[in-house]
Ligand binder design. Structure first.
Ligand SMILES: [Zn+2]
Length: 244
């Protein structure tokens, strides 16, 4: 026992030193509690023009069973998230990626290699296949799908940020994970629109508003979580950009 007491702090010090060194080129993953049984994981990627961009996903927990909504933006951060989940004493039941872009899917290959059930919609699966990217182990058809005993519900509202963007509803907490369909309050622009359907975006957000009510908290793909008015904010941003 004594041996471990000495070794563990040493290992910890080593890990911290490596981390500090890595910070020069890598902004580390953050995990913060949102509400009962829900954590937001945030990973970062550096772009020459825009600097560091944050990307959010969730960890949903029920009775020590955890589920990841969107992987972090790199394998390294996905590995860190797995370690964090294991450190809490939770068992990871699976992950779902809400569309095909890297900020949602970068960790799929790592999760697959550890035989953790990964999910996407059939539409996302077809896009990943077409692009030669790593596909999830499982996919579902239709507009909705339930995981973690119905505590994590995927819904396809239609096109917006991407052709295949899903939102995730947590019925127990009345939390909406809007992913990249929803723009956070600090963003007045639509972000990357290379794969977007701007003309259909607002009606997809309206479909989410009609389906989930009341919504207590909204977590966007990028930026800070907030209340349900983030959906109206997103529709406003879409409208501004449509009229340009
Ligand atoms: Zn995207």
């Amino acid at each position: 026992m004594n041996k471990y007491l000495v070794v563990l702090p040493l290992l910890f010090t080593l890990a911290v030193c490596q981390h500090l060194h890595a910070n020069e080129v890598h902004k580390p993953l953050r995990v913060e509690p949102l509400t009962d049984g829900v954590y937001v994981h945030t990973s970062y990627k550096h772009f020459e023009r825009s600097g560091w961009i944050d990307s959010n996903g969730l960890v949903v927990v029920h009775q020590d069973q955890a589920f990841i909504v969107d992987t972090p933006w790199s394998e390294t951060d996905t590995e860190l998230l797995l370690k964090w989940i294991a450190g809490q004493g939770w068992q990871l039941q699976g992950s779902i990626s809400t569309h095909f872009h890297d900020d949602r899917t970068a960790g799929i290959a790592l999760l697959n290699s550890k035989s953790i059930p990964t999910y996407t919609s059939k539409m996302t699966d077809e896009i990943l296949l077409e692009k030669g990217k790593t596909r999830a182990l499982n996919s579902f058809s239709g507009e909705s799908f339930e995981m973690l005993g119905g505590r994590v519900q995927a819904f396809y509202p239609g096109e917006g940020h991407a052709k295949d963007n899903l939102v995730i509803w947590l019925p127990e907490q009345q939390v909406l994970f809007g992913g990249c369909l929803i723009r956070s309050f600090e963003w007045g622009s639509l972000g990357f629109t290379g794969d977007a359907s701007i003309g259909r975006w607002a009606s997809s957000v309206q479909k989410v508003k009609d389906k989930f009510n009341p919504i207590t908290l909204v977590v966007p793909g990028h930026g800070k979580p907030g209340d349900a008015t983030m959906l109206d904010h997103t529709m406003g941003v879409v409208e501004q950009n449509t009229n340009k």
